[in-house]
Design a protein around this ligand. Sequence first.
Ligand SMILES: [Zn+2]
Length: 249
Amino acid sequence: MEFSEQALVLKVGRFREIDAWVRLISPQRGVYTAFAFGGLKSRRRFLGCLDPLNHVNFKVRRTGHGGYHCLTEARLLDAPMRLRRDPGRLGMAVNCLKFFEAVQIGPQGAAEAYALLRDMLAALEEADAPSPLFPLLFRARMASLQGVFPVCGRCAVCGAPLGDGEAVCHVEAGRLTCSACRDENAPGVRQRLGAGALALLASGVAGDARAWAHCRPEAAAAREFSRVVDLLVRYHMGLAWERGGFVRA
Ligand SMILES: [Zn+2]
């Protein structure tokens, strides 16, 4: 069986002398690995395509019963330029990709995840000075796609709109309440969120990566937001950022 599809290159590795394996995500198939036989030698067939973060149209052959994917042709659609030259931007993109891989999206979430990764790369490529909070906003969006993020905008107990005042995130319960509905006696971790942090949370969940790149919050709001994302991701997804990678918490 042979098919042709657009995919984003996540990782490339070498095996044997001139062959490569390529980790890809496509909107139809999600994340999979394919082989590019002769990929490191046949410059003409895969010209400039086999690099991480490239957006490529691949022709793929699937061989045998339960067989493997084999790349037979590639055409480069676009590749980030600024992002590759700027360690700050690249670091943020790599952080987002590491989180994405740690989450392990199934085929059902593939189209959304693919669109999010493409938006993430485009926003980091285009913005003049991407906000340092960008990777955390990306994590908030991924977590909300996985259904493990609180509903933003209103109190989970009384339904009052949140936004102008302050709110409390109950981490284990995964919900936000207004400060009047906070239960002082309930066990568990709570994090206070002011209006600035609530706006960041809402922006993360909304998923507009270009808006993330431009956000310039006050330091206190950034701190509250960062802390609540770390706590929620750690508790509900079992992931924590340590020594340059995500580990099972
Ligand atoms: Zn309330």
